[in-house]
Design a protein around this ligand. Structure first.
Ligand code: MG
Length: 486
Protein backbone atom coordinates (compact mmCIF):
# COMPACT_ATOMS: atom_id res chain seq x y z
CA UNK A 1 0.00 0.00 0.00
CA UNK A 2 1.25 3.45 -0.80
CA UNK A 3 -0.57 5.13 2.10
CA UNK A 4 1.78 6.64 4.62
CA UNK A 5 4.64 7.33 2.21
CA UNK A 6 5.31 11.02 1.63
CA UNK A 7 5.50 10.39 -2.14
CA UNK A 8 2.16 8.68 -2.30
CA UNK A 9 -0.10 11.40 -3.65
CA UNK A 10 -0.17 9.79 -7.09
CA UNK A 11 -2.66 7.19 -8.24
CA UNK A 12 -3.46 4.42 -5.78
CA UNK A 13 -1.76 1.10 -6.34
CA UNK A 14 -3.65 -1.88 -7.68
CA UNK A 15 -4.36 -3.24 -4.24
CA UNK A 16 -6.76 -0.33 -3.72
CA UNK A 17 -8.95 -1.46 -6.60
CA UNK A 18 -11.42 -4.30 -6.48
CA UNK A 19 -10.03 -7.47 -8.00
CA UNK A 20 -12.16 -10.30 -9.29
CA UNK A 21 -11.79 -13.68 -7.63
CA UNK A 22 -10.19 -16.10 -10.12
CA UNK A 23 -13.47 -17.73 -11.13
CA UNK A 24 -14.95 -14.35 -12.02
CA UNK A 25 -12.27 -13.15 -14.41
CA UNK A 26 -12.98 -11.97 -17.95
CA UNK A 27 -10.98 -14.15 -20.33
CA UNK A 28 -10.00 -12.92 -23.78
CA UNK A 29 -9.68 -15.01 -26.92
CA UNK A 30 -9.17 -11.84 -28.93
CA UNK A 31 -7.99 -8.55 -27.51
CA UNK A 32 -10.90 -6.24 -26.67
CA UNK A 33 -10.47 -2.59 -25.76
CA UNK A 34 -13.60 -1.76 -23.79
CA UNK A 35 -12.80 1.93 -24.03
CA UNK A 36 -13.42 1.89 -27.77
CA UNK A 37 -16.79 0.15 -27.43
CA UNK A 38 -19.57 2.68 -27.97
CA UNK A 39 -22.58 0.44 -27.56
CA UNK A 40 -23.29 -2.71 -25.60
CA UNK A 41 -26.28 -4.93 -26.37
CA UNK A 42 -27.37 -7.28 -23.60
CA UNK A 43 -29.38 -10.46 -23.81
CA UNK A 44 -31.72 -10.99 -20.82
CA UNK A 45 -32.33 -14.67 -20.01
CA UNK A 46 -29.28 -16.31 -18.44
CA UNK A 47 -27.30 -13.15 -19.20
CA UNK A 48 -28.64 -10.13 -17.27
CA UNK A 49 -30.94 -12.41 -15.31
CA UNK A 50 -29.56 -15.66 -14.05
CA UNK A 51 -32.10 -18.34 -13.17
CA UNK A 52 -32.00 -21.02 -10.53
CA UNK A 53 -31.24 -23.64 -13.12
CA UNK A 54 -32.72 -26.53 -11.18
CA UNK A 55 -36.04 -24.78 -10.48
CA UNK A 56 -36.41 -23.32 -13.99
CA UNK A 57 -35.51 -26.46 -15.86
CA UNK A 58 -37.57 -28.67 -13.56
CA UNK A 59 -40.58 -26.47 -14.31
CA UNK A 60 -39.90 -26.53 -18.07
CA UNK A 61 -39.48 -30.30 -17.84
CA UNK A 62 -42.78 -30.68 -15.95
CA UNK A 63 -44.81 -28.63 -18.47
CA UNK A 64 -43.24 -30.37 -21.46
CA UNK A 65 -43.86 -33.72 -19.78
CA UNK A 66 -47.57 -32.82 -19.44
CA UNK A 67 -47.64 -31.91 -23.16
CA UNK A 68 -46.05 -35.25 -24.04
CA UNK A 69 -48.58 -37.12 -21.90
CA UNK A 70 -51.34 -35.27 -23.76
CA UNK A 71 -49.74 -36.47 -27.03
CA UNK A 72 -49.98 -40.04 -25.73
CA UNK A 73 -46.33 -40.66 -24.91
CA UNK A 74 -45.38 -42.92 -21.98
CA UNK A 75 -43.51 -40.33 -19.94
CA UNK A 76 -45.50 -40.33 -16.66
CA UNK A 77 -42.70 -41.83 -14.62
CA UNK A 78 -39.93 -39.58 -15.97
CA UNK A 79 -37.94 -37.53 -13.46
CA UNK A 80 -35.71 -34.49 -14.01
CA UNK A 81 -32.16 -34.93 -12.75
CA UNK A 82 -30.30 -31.59 -13.03
CA UNK A 83 -26.90 -33.20 -12.41
CA UNK A 84 -27.21 -35.73 -15.22
CA UNK A 85 -26.37 -33.29 -18.05
CA UNK A 86 -24.30 -30.21 -18.79
CA UNK A 87 -24.28 -27.71 -21.63
CA UNK A 88 -21.75 -28.33 -24.40
CA UNK A 89 -22.85 -31.91 -25.13
CA UNK A 90 -24.08 -33.07 -28.54
CA UNK A 91 -27.23 -35.05 -29.35
CA UNK A 92 -26.61 -37.84 -31.84
CA UNK A 93 -30.12 -38.21 -33.24
CA UNK A 94 -29.22 -41.24 -35.34
CA UNK A 95 -27.81 -43.36 -32.53
CA UNK A 96 -29.93 -42.11 -29.61
CA UNK A 97 -26.74 -41.02 -27.89
CA UNK A 98 -25.52 -37.98 -26.02
CA UNK A 99 -21.87 -37.18 -26.69
CA UNK A 100 -18.97 -35.25 -25.31
CA UNK A 101 -16.49 -34.42 -28.04
CA UNK A 102 -13.10 -32.77 -28.38
CA UNK A 103 -12.49 -29.63 -30.44
CA UNK A 104 -11.84 -31.92 -33.42
CA UNK A 105 -15.15 -33.73 -32.94
CA UNK A 106 -13.64 -36.95 -31.52
CA UNK A 107 -16.04 -38.52 -29.05
CA UNK A 108 -14.52 -39.00 -25.60
CA UNK A 109 -17.63 -39.97 -23.68
CA UNK A 110 -21.11 -41.07 -24.62
CA UNK A 111 -24.40 -42.25 -23.21
CA UNK A 112 -27.13 -44.18 -24.97
CA UNK A 113 -30.30 -42.72 -23.54
CA UNK A 114 -29.45 -42.35 -19.86
CA UNK A 115 -26.92 -45.22 -19.81
CA UNK A 116 -23.25 -44.16 -19.94
CA UNK A 117 -21.47 -46.27 -22.54
CA UNK A 118 -18.43 -48.28 -21.45
CA UNK A 119 -15.25 -47.05 -23.13
CA UNK A 120 -14.97 -49.99 -25.55
CA UNK A 121 -18.54 -49.64 -26.75
CA UNK A 122 -18.15 -45.91 -27.22
CA UNK A 123 -14.94 -46.43 -29.19
CA UNK A 124 -16.57 -49.08 -31.37
CA UNK A 125 -19.47 -46.77 -32.22
CA UNK A 126 -17.38 -43.69 -32.95
CA UNK A 127 -14.06 -44.85 -34.45
CA UNK A 128 -15.26 -43.75 -37.85
CA UNK A 129 -17.62 -40.97 -36.84
CA UNK A 130 -16.63 -37.43 -36.07
CA UNK A 131 -19.07 -34.94 -34.58
CA UNK A 132 -19.68 -32.42 -37.33
CA UNK A 133 -22.22 -29.87 -36.14
CA UNK A 134 -23.23 -28.91 -39.67
CA UNK A 135 -24.77 -32.38 -40.11
CA UNK A 136 -28.48 -32.64 -39.22
CA UNK A 137 -27.67 -35.79 -37.25
CA UNK A 138 -26.00 -33.70 -34.53
CA UNK A 139 -27.57 -31.03 -32.30
CA UNK A 140 -25.45 -29.06 -29.89
CA UNK A 141 -26.51 -28.16 -26.33
CA UNK A 142 -25.83 -24.44 -26.32
CA UNK A 143 -27.60 -23.16 -23.27
CA UNK A 144 -28.97 -24.20 -19.92
CA UNK A 145 -32.44 -24.40 -21.51
CA UNK A 146 -31.20 -27.63 -23.09
CA UNK A 147 -31.04 -29.54 -19.81
CA UNK A 148 -34.77 -30.29 -19.73
CA UNK A 149 -34.62 -31.32 -23.40
CA UNK A 150 -31.74 -33.73 -22.77
CA UNK A 151 -33.50 -35.23 -19.78
CA UNK A 152 -36.77 -35.85 -21.66
CA UNK A 153 -35.09 -37.16 -24.81
CA UNK A 154 -32.70 -39.55 -23.04
CA UNK A 155 -35.52 -41.07 -20.99
CA UNK A 156 -37.63 -41.39 -24.13
CA UNK A 157 -34.76 -43.21 -25.86
CA UNK A 158 -34.70 -45.66 -22.92
CA UNK A 159 -38.47 -46.12 -23.15
CA UNK A 160 -38.40 -46.59 -26.93
CA UNK A 161 -35.67 -49.25 -26.59
CA UNK A 162 -37.71 -51.13 -23.98
CA UNK A 163 -40.82 -51.10 -26.10
CA UNK A 164 -41.11 -49.17 -29.39
CA UNK A 165 -43.38 -46.15 -28.99
CA UNK A 166 -46.29 -46.24 -31.43
CA UNK A 167 -46.20 -43.56 -34.12
CA UNK A 168 -42.53 -42.77 -33.53
CA UNK A 169 -40.07 -43.71 -36.26
CA UNK A 170 -36.82 -43.39 -34.35
CA UNK A 171 -34.61 -41.32 -32.09
CA UNK A 172 -34.64 -38.28 -34.40
CA UNK A 173 -38.41 -38.41 -34.38
CA UNK A 174 -38.35 -38.50 -30.57
CA UNK A 175 -36.19 -35.38 -30.63
CA UNK A 176 -38.72 -33.65 -32.86
CA UNK A 177 -41.54 -34.60 -30.49
CA UNK A 178 -39.63 -33.30 -27.45
CA UNK A 179 -38.77 -30.12 -29.33
CA UNK A 180 -42.44 -29.56 -30.09
CA UNK A 181 -43.47 -30.23 -26.48
CA UNK A 182 -40.89 -27.74 -25.19
CA UNK A 183 -41.78 -25.12 -27.80
CA UNK A 184 -45.46 -25.40 -26.82
CA UNK A 185 -44.44 -25.05 -23.18
CA UNK A 186 -42.68 -21.77 -23.91
CA UNK A 187 -45.58 -20.53 -26.03
CA UNK A 188 -48.63 -21.38 -23.98
CA UNK A 189 -47.82 -19.04 -21.10
CA UNK A 190 -48.44 -21.41 -18.17
CA UNK A 191 -44.73 -21.81 -17.43
CA UNK A 192 -44.13 -18.08 -17.62
CA UNK A 193 -47.21 -17.58 -15.44
CA UNK A 194 -45.74 -19.86 -12.79
CA UNK A 195 -42.43 -17.98 -12.89
CA UNK A 196 -44.06 -14.56 -12.74
CA UNK A 197 -46.24 -15.67 -9.82
CA UNK A 198 -43.17 -16.40 -7.71
CA UNK A 199 -40.03 -15.02 -9.40
CA UNK A 200 -37.84 -15.39 -6.33
CA UNK A 201 -38.04 -19.14 -6.59
CA UNK A 202 -36.62 -18.98 -10.12
CA UNK A 203 -34.09 -16.16 -10.20
CA UNK A 204 -30.62 -15.88 -8.77
CA UNK A 205 -30.20 -12.11 -8.35
CA UNK A 206 -26.85 -10.34 -8.78
CA UNK A 207 -27.03 -6.84 -7.25
CA UNK A 208 -23.72 -5.83 -8.89
CA UNK A 209 -25.20 -5.92 -12.39
CA UNK A 210 -26.78 -2.49 -11.82
CA UNK A 211 -23.56 -0.68 -10.92
CA UNK A 212 -21.81 -2.40 -13.84
CA UNK A 213 -24.36 -0.96 -16.26
CA UNK A 214 -24.42 2.46 -14.57
CA UNK A 215 -20.62 2.66 -14.91
CA UNK A 216 -20.85 1.78 -18.60
CA UNK A 217 -23.56 4.34 -19.30
CA UNK A 218 -21.77 7.07 -17.36
CA UNK A 219 -18.69 6.45 -19.48
CA UNK A 220 -20.74 7.38 -22.56
CA UNK A 221 -21.69 3.97 -23.92
CA UNK A 222 -25.13 3.28 -25.35
CA UNK A 223 -26.75 0.32 -23.64
CA UNK A 224 -29.39 -1.85 -25.26
CA UNK A 225 -31.47 -4.72 -24.03
CA UNK A 226 -32.08 -7.17 -26.89
CA UNK A 227 -34.17 -10.14 -25.76
CA UNK A 228 -36.26 -12.82 -27.41
CA UNK A 229 -38.65 -12.73 -24.46
CA UNK A 230 -41.92 -10.84 -24.88
CA UNK A 231 -42.60 -7.43 -23.40
CA UNK A 232 -44.91 -8.50 -20.58
CA UNK A 233 -42.41 -11.08 -19.29
CA UNK A 234 -39.37 -8.85 -19.83
CA UNK A 235 -40.93 -5.91 -18.03
CA UNK A 236 -41.95 -7.88 -14.99
CA UNK A 237 -38.78 -9.93 -14.70
CA UNK A 238 -36.47 -6.92 -15.12
CA UNK A 239 -38.50 -4.88 -12.63
CA UNK A 240 -38.45 -7.70 -10.10
CA UNK A 241 -34.79 -8.62 -10.54
CA UNK A 242 -33.11 -5.28 -11.22
CA UNK A 243 -35.21 -2.45 -9.73
CA UNK A 244 -34.45 -3.26 -6.07
CA UNK A 245 -30.78 -2.49 -6.75
CA UNK A 246 -31.29 0.72 -8.76
CA UNK A 247 -30.57 4.12 -7.16
CA UNK A 248 -33.64 5.63 -5.43
CA UNK A 249 -36.13 7.07 -7.88
CA UNK A 250 -34.82 5.11 -10.88
CA UNK A 251 -35.62 1.78 -12.46
CA UNK A 252 -34.16 -0.73 -14.91
CA UNK A 253 -35.53 1.41 -17.74
CA UNK A 254 -33.02 4.12 -16.84
CA UNK A 255 -30.15 1.72 -17.50
CA UNK A 256 -30.94 1.23 -21.21
CA UNK A 257 -31.10 3.62 -24.13
CA UNK A 258 -33.19 1.22 -26.16
CA UNK A 259 -35.13 -1.92 -25.27
CA UNK A 260 -35.94 -4.51 -27.94
CA UNK A 261 -38.21 -7.43 -27.03
CA UNK A 262 -39.34 -10.46 -29.08
CA UNK A 263 -36.15 -9.82 -31.04
CA UNK A 264 -36.23 -13.19 -32.79
CA UNK A 265 -32.49 -13.76 -32.53
CA UNK A 266 -30.58 -15.09 -34.39
CA UNK A 267 -32.59 -13.62 -37.30
CA UNK A 268 -32.34 -10.24 -35.60
CA UNK A 269 -28.65 -10.16 -36.48
CA UNK A 270 -28.94 -11.18 -40.11
CA UNK A 271 -32.40 -10.39 -41.42
CA UNK A 272 -34.40 -7.31 -42.08
CA UNK A 273 -37.25 -8.17 -39.73
CA UNK A 274 -39.79 -5.35 -39.51
CA UNK A 275 -39.81 -3.33 -36.33
CA UNK A 276 -42.75 -2.24 -34.20
CA UNK A 277 -42.89 0.21 -31.38
CA UNK A 278 -44.60 -0.76 -28.13
CA UNK A 279 -46.93 2.26 -28.01
CA UNK A 280 -48.92 1.19 -24.98
CA UNK A 281 -46.61 -0.47 -22.49
CA UNK A 282 -49.42 -1.45 -20.13
CA UNK A 283 -51.40 -3.32 -22.74
CA UNK A 284 -48.45 -4.33 -24.98
CA UNK A 285 -49.96 -2.53 -27.97
CA UNK A 286 -47.77 -2.33 -31.06
CA UNK A 287 -47.57 0.05 -34.01
CA UNK A 288 -45.28 -0.25 -37.06
CA UNK A 289 -42.22 1.94 -36.69
CA UNK A 290 -40.31 3.88 -39.32
CA UNK A 291 -37.05 5.72 -39.01
CA UNK A 292 -34.44 5.63 -36.30
CA UNK A 293 -35.05 4.16 -32.86
CA UNK A 294 -35.81 6.72 -30.17
CA UNK A 295 -33.98 6.59 -26.85
CA UNK A 296 -36.14 5.47 -23.95
CA UNK A 297 -38.54 3.52 -26.16
CA UNK A 298 -39.41 -0.15 -26.33
CA UNK A 299 -39.44 -1.95 -29.68
CA UNK A 300 -40.67 -5.31 -30.85
CA UNK A 301 -38.67 -7.30 -33.43
CA UNK A 302 -36.47 -5.35 -35.78
CA UNK A 303 -32.89 -6.02 -36.72
CA UNK A 304 -29.33 -5.13 -35.91
CA UNK A 305 -28.91 -2.75 -38.87
CA UNK A 306 -31.60 -0.42 -37.50
CA UNK A 307 -29.77 -0.47 -34.18
CA UNK A 308 -26.48 0.43 -35.84
CA UNK A 309 -28.06 3.30 -37.77
CA UNK A 310 -29.91 4.60 -34.72
CA UNK A 311 -26.98 4.78 -32.36
CA UNK A 312 -24.80 6.27 -35.10
CA UNK A 313 -21.67 4.18 -34.87
CA UNK A 314 -18.80 6.03 -36.40
CA UNK A 315 -16.67 3.05 -37.25
CA UNK A 316 -16.79 1.61 -33.73
CA UNK A 317 -18.14 -1.86 -33.21
CA UNK A 318 -20.89 -2.70 -30.73
CA UNK A 319 -20.32 -5.40 -28.14
CA UNK A 320 -22.97 -8.07 -27.79
CA UNK A 321 -23.20 -9.90 -24.47
CA UNK A 322 -25.16 -13.16 -24.40
CA UNK A 323 -25.23 -16.76 -23.21
CA UNK A 324 -26.18 -18.46 -26.49
CA UNK A 325 -23.22 -19.31 -28.71
CA UNK A 326 -25.04 -20.10 -31.92
CA UNK A 327 -28.13 -17.98 -31.58
CA UNK A 328 -26.55 -14.89 -30.18
CA UNK A 329 -22.87 -14.99 -30.79
CA UNK A 330 -22.20 -16.94 -33.96
CA UNK A 331 -24.42 -14.93 -36.24
CA UNK A 332 -23.21 -11.73 -34.69
CA UNK A 333 -19.66 -12.68 -35.50
CA UNK A 334 -20.27 -13.96 -38.98
CA UNK A 335 -22.57 -11.32 -40.33
CA UNK A 336 -22.08 -8.06 -38.55
CA UNK A 337 -18.70 -8.30 -36.92
CA UNK A 338 -20.05 -7.09 -33.64
CA UNK A 339 -17.64 -7.87 -30.85
CA UNK A 340 -18.89 -10.64 -28.58
CA UNK A 341 -18.86 -11.58 -24.91
CA UNK A 342 -20.16 -14.96 -23.84
CA UNK A 343 -21.71 -15.43 -20.41
CA UNK A 344 -21.34 -18.95 -18.98
CA UNK A 345 -22.07 -19.25 -15.27
CA UNK A 346 -20.75 -22.84 -15.24
CA UNK A 347 -17.24 -21.42 -15.46
CA UNK A 348 -17.32 -20.48 -11.79
CA UNK A 349 -17.79 -24.03 -10.55
CA UNK A 350 -15.34 -25.28 -13.16
CA UNK A 351 -12.56 -22.88 -12.18
CA UNK A 352 -13.15 -23.49 -8.46
CA UNK A 353 -12.95 -27.25 -9.03
CA UNK A 354 -9.73 -26.81 -11.01
CA UNK A 355 -8.23 -24.70 -8.21
CA UNK A 356 -9.08 -27.28 -5.56
CA UNK A 357 -7.55 -29.97 -7.78
CA UNK A 358 -4.42 -27.95 -8.62
CA UNK A 359 -2.00 -29.78 -6.27
CA UNK A 360 -3.08 -33.13 -7.64
CA UNK A 361 -3.00 -31.70 -11.16
CA UNK A 362 0.69 -30.86 -10.64
CA UNK A 363 1.29 -34.36 -9.32
CA UNK A 364 -0.50 -35.78 -12.36
CA UNK A 365 1.59 -33.68 -14.73
CA UNK A 366 4.83 -34.77 -13.04
CA UNK A 367 3.81 -38.43 -13.34
CA UNK A 368 2.83 -37.89 -16.98
CA UNK A 369 6.20 -36.36 -17.68
CA UNK A 370 7.87 -39.43 -16.10
CA UNK A 371 5.68 -41.58 -18.30
CA UNK A 372 6.69 -39.73 -21.45
CA UNK A 373 10.37 -40.26 -20.58
CA UNK A 374 9.78 -43.92 -19.77
CA UNK A 375 7.79 -44.51 -22.98
CA UNK A 376 10.66 -43.06 -24.95
CA UNK A 377 13.17 -45.24 -23.11
CA UNK A 378 11.09 -48.34 -23.76
CA UNK A 379 10.89 -47.51 -27.44
CA UNK A 380 14.66 -47.15 -27.68
CA UNK A 381 15.22 -50.35 -25.72
CA UNK A 382 12.93 -52.18 -28.13
CA UNK A 383 14.95 -50.87 -31.01
CA UNK A 384 18.17 -51.91 -29.25
CA UNK A 385 16.77 -55.43 -28.74
CA UNK A 386 15.90 -55.50 -32.41
CA UNK A 387 19.42 -54.47 -33.29
CA UNK A 388 20.71 -57.10 -30.86
CA UNK A 389 18.67 -59.70 -32.63
CA UNK A 390 20.37 -58.56 -35.81
CA UNK A 391 23.72 -59.66 -34.41
CA UNK A 392 25.26 -56.89 -32.26
CA UNK A 393 25.24 -59.27 -29.29
CA UNK A 394 23.79 -57.12 -26.48
CA UNK A 395 20.25 -58.41 -26.94
CA UNK A 396 19.75 -60.25 -23.65
CA UNK A 397 20.79 -57.41 -21.32
CA UNK A 398 18.64 -55.02 -23.31
CA UNK A 399 15.72 -57.41 -23.04
CA UNK A 400 16.15 -57.53 -19.24
CA UNK A 401 16.22 -53.77 -19.07
CA UNK A 402 13.15 -53.57 -21.26
CA UNK A 403 11.30 -55.90 -18.87
CA UNK A 404 12.23 -53.69 -15.95
CA UNK A 405 11.09 -50.56 -17.79
CA UNK A 406 7.79 -52.25 -18.66
CA UNK A 407 7.20 -53.08 -15.00
CA UNK A 408 7.97 -49.51 -14.00
CA UNK A 409 5.52 -48.28 -16.64
CA UNK A 410 2.77 -50.47 -15.18
CA UNK A 411 3.47 -49.17 -11.68
CA UNK A 412 3.36 -45.61 -13.02
CA UNK A 413 0.03 -46.27 -14.74
CA UNK A 414 -1.40 -47.46 -11.42
CA UNK A 415 -0.55 -44.09 -9.89
CA UNK A 416 -1.74 -42.08 -12.89
CA UNK A 417 -5.10 -43.81 -13.38
CA UNK A 418 -6.93 -42.58 -10.23
CA UNK A 419 -5.66 -39.01 -10.67
CA UNK A 420 -6.64 -38.95 -14.34
CA UNK A 421 -10.06 -40.37 -13.49
CA UNK A 422 -10.59 -37.68 -10.89
CA UNK A 423 -9.49 -34.93 -13.31
CA UNK A 424 -11.97 -36.20 -15.90
CA UNK A 425 -14.94 -35.92 -13.54
CA UNK A 426 -14.29 -32.37 -12.30
CA UNK A 427 -17.45 -30.34 -12.68
CA UNK A 428 -19.73 -33.25 -13.56
CA UNK A 429 -19.32 -36.93 -12.61
CA UNK A 430 -20.64 -38.16 -15.97
CA UNK A 431 -19.30 -35.58 -18.38
CA UNK A 432 -16.36 -33.85 -16.71
CA UNK A 433 -15.22 -30.25 -17.20
CA UNK A 434 -17.10 -28.09 -19.69
CA UNK A 435 -14.05 -26.74 -21.49
CA UNK A 436 -11.94 -29.90 -21.57
CA UNK A 437 -12.32 -33.30 -23.16
CA UNK A 438 -9.63 -35.64 -21.92
CA UNK A 439 -6.33 -33.82 -22.40
CA UNK A 440 -7.75 -31.73 -25.21
CA UNK A 441 -10.09 -28.76 -25.41
CA UNK A 442 -13.76 -29.69 -25.67
CA UNK A 443 -15.97 -28.95 -28.64
CA UNK A 444 -17.67 -26.36 -26.43
CA UNK A 445 -14.28 -24.70 -25.79
CA UNK A 446 -13.72 -24.66 -29.54
CA UNK A 447 -17.03 -22.86 -30.12
CA UNK A 448 -16.19 -20.36 -27.40
CA UNK A 449 -12.75 -19.77 -28.87
CA UNK A 450 -14.19 -19.29 -32.30
CA UNK A 451 -17.19 -17.12 -31.63
CA UNK A 452 -16.60 -15.26 -28.37
CA UNK A 453 -14.01 -12.48 -28.22
CA UNK A 454 -14.18 -12.69 -24.44
CA UNK A 455 -15.97 -15.00 -22.04
CA UNK A 456 -16.85 -14.75 -18.38
CA UNK A 457 -19.21 -16.22 -15.83
CA UNK A 458 -21.54 -13.23 -15.35
CA UNK A 459 -22.21 -9.69 -16.52
CA UNK A 460 -21.12 -8.08 -13.26
CA UNK A 461 -17.57 -9.37 -13.77
CA UNK A 462 -17.18 -6.55 -16.31
CA UNK A 463 -17.34 -4.17 -13.38
CA UNK A 464 -13.91 -5.34 -12.24
CA UNK A 465 -12.53 -4.51 -15.68
CA UNK A 466 -14.18 -1.03 -15.76
CA UNK A 467 -15.70 0.46 -18.96
CA UNK A 468 -12.13 1.43 -19.98
CA UNK A 469 -10.38 -1.91 -19.56
CA UNK A 470 -8.03 -3.36 -22.15
CA UNK A 471 -8.65 -7.08 -22.23
CA UNK A 472 -5.63 -8.72 -23.80
CA UNK A 473 -5.80 -12.12 -25.39
CA UNK A 474 -3.71 -14.76 -23.68
CA UNK A 475 -0.79 -16.03 -25.74
CA UNK A 476 -2.07 -19.24 -27.30
CA UNK A 477 -0.25 -22.44 -26.37
CA UNK A 478 1.21 -24.70 -29.03
CA UNK A 479 2.53 -28.26 -28.78
CA UNK A 480 6.10 -27.09 -29.51
CA UNK A 481 6.12 -24.43 -26.76
CA UNK A 482 7.96 -26.86 -24.48
CA UNK A 483 10.86 -27.00 -26.95
CA UNK A 484 11.78 -23.38 -26.32
CA UNK A 485 11.00 -23.39 -22.60
CA UNK A 486 14.55 -24.51 -21.80
MG1 MG B 1 -30.16 -15.91 -23.13
Amino acid sequence: MSNGSKDSVEAPVDADFPTAPPERGVFANRTLNLRSIQAVGYDMDYTLIHYQVEAWEEAAFRYAQANLIAMGLPVDSFRFDPEAFTIGLTFDLEAGNLLKATRFGYVVRASHGTRMLPFEEQRRQYTETIVELSEPRFKFMNTLFELSRASLWCQLVDAHDRSPIRGVSGYADLYRVVHQALADTHLDGALKGEILADPDRFIDPDPDVVQTLIDQRSSGKNLLLITNSDWAYTQRMMAHTVDPYCPPGSSWRDLFDIVIVSANKPRFFQGNNPIYKVVDEERSLLAPHRGLLEPGSVYFGGNALIVEESIGLSGGQPLYVGDHLFGDVLVTKDVLRWRTALIARELEAEIKAAISFSDRQRELEALMSDKVALDRRQAHLRLAVQHGANGTGRGSSMRRELDQASNRALALDDRIAPLAAEASTLGNPNWGPLMRAGNDKSLFARQVERYADVYTSRVSNLRYETPFGYLRAARGSLPHDGASAG
